[in-house]
Design a protein around this ligand. Sequence first.
Ligand code: ATR
Length: 276
Amino acid sequence: MKKLYGVIGDPIAHSLSPAMQNKELKELGIDAYYHPFRIEGKDLKTAVEGMKVIGVEGFNVTIPHKTAIIPFLDKIDPLAKAIGAVNTVVREGDHFVGYNTDGVGFVESLREDWKKDLNGERVLIIGAGGAAKAIYYTLLSIGVKRVDICNRTLYKAEELIAAQPYEADSKAIPLDVAETNIDKYSLVIQTTSIGMAPEIDKSPISLRGIRPSAFVSDIIYNPDQTLFLNQAAQKGAKTQNGLGMLVYQGALAFEKWTNVKPDVTRMKRTLTNILG
Ligand code: ATR
């Protein structure tokens, strides 16, 4: 019988996941379908119960439900629990188990584009929202120890560090301090929404002082080159946009559901074709 997967969120119409996942299911000959479900916050509990009863095998969770869904699941993976957000739910026997593949997706995509052992690197994360938290805690979970977080609202960066579930030597710093000291970092990760289409003429900090040997990542994928990444590239730094993270978080979910490793290159191609 055809298996059913999906994504829940609100809004959901613009999600790229259905096209990416359905193409890959088809290419691999897996008899399954991935459907976008628009679920309002007030219906979340009922929706999760309904998905369980009708036999949905797994689903992604997106804005605004990533944190709110936690009490309605049977089990939460430790990293997802630390992050406080679930983006992937997997049916395991009678249980719906919550995972977070956003941070691991980011790290996998980083490993593809920047073949470095991350542990000794000095890292700067810009932003202290949900995406920053997933990336920060995942980096700590793999042993990276020196990650500074800069944010417009400093206390939010301080809160991420105060609540971190792994030992690390991190500091919360204001945006201007990060900008002045940017030459200290070998890896810079931009996680805010600044620079996202249509506001493409903005950048959270200047990269005037970035090391040419640094690697600069911006989790925005639309546009594929933000002002931030352009400035990094002009200074000679290697760059990546957020397309890889989007693909890998989906690929990790796909593998958890089907036990089949998808072709990430093909998944990336599917997305670039849609984005034009
Ligand atoms: P996400 O889940 O995508 O990370 P979020 O939780 O809303 O989204 O976090 C957004 C991040 O972008 C925050 O770090 C936010 O900074 P504040 O904590 O100061 O709000 C940052 N951000 C958004 N717009 C910004 C702007 N115009 N200038 C500086 N930072 C901005």
